[in-house]
Ligand binder design. Sequence first.
Ligand code: BT5
Length: 251
Amino acid sequence: MGRSLCCQDSVDSTNNLAKQLAKQNAPHGLLIISEEQTGGKGRIGRGWASPKSKGLWLSVLLRPNLLPQDAPKSTLLAAVAVCQAVNTVAGVQAKIKWPNDILLNGKKLVGILSEMGAEYGKLNYVVIGIGLNTNAERQDFPTDVQDIAISLHQAATKEFSRDEVLAEILWQMEKLVEEAETKGFASILEQWRKMNCTTGNKVKVIAQDETYLGKALDIDETGMLIVERENGVIDKVVAGDVSIRYANDSN
Ligand code: BT5
């Protein structure tokens, strides 16, 4: 991971550039990283604040040997890699909130946006976009994000070397990709389960056409969240379609 490298001062979105390069046959493991993003993207049309030099705004291009329906496994793997890396380098206890957030002290430290290029039955590439707030202060975030976001600097009140955090993320990703290829995905899932703070909790599932309360039971082998509705019906929730809030959150 990161043995091919594309460093930018400013881009709209590292994911957009990664997808463009993927279509031009860029190699597995390519890292695209930018000091700032002018149009950083979250999921479902949401934005991602990417203040200049205050965080790691990057995308990694993967060409996994997976079917398109298994692509969400790459997001789970990336979440485990980033969470492990952050906890190792910063000595904190960050947790994964299904599917794509990493929380620290209940606030959002990292967002992950996976996008894929596929044709029927064939996955061409997955772009894993990672936004990690390293050295941002409260005033570096837009006002609507200030209360929900956190940076490593805010949590640990010291400056973090972005190089060091980045190197650990890439190392962890490389290790886990190799582990998934040789030992199968079950061992990645096991690590995800240990690091997550979603399963076992009451959640509010916000889908496009309905919102309901339930209990997050587990994730299945493809990364879907298994939720038991209050009426006992068991649902499987796909990451792209929903937001999850903890049931006692006010928002
Ligand atoms: C995500 O979406 O969490 C995925 C974010 C992925 C960002 C990376 S950066 C590199 C790559 N290139 C891109 O263009 N994107 C990826 P979602 O779950 O939809 O969360 C978005 C929400 O998080 C926003 O609506 C805000 O409420 C909040 N948010 C925005 N910027 C934030 C930040 N810097 N830190 C914490 N929360 C933020």
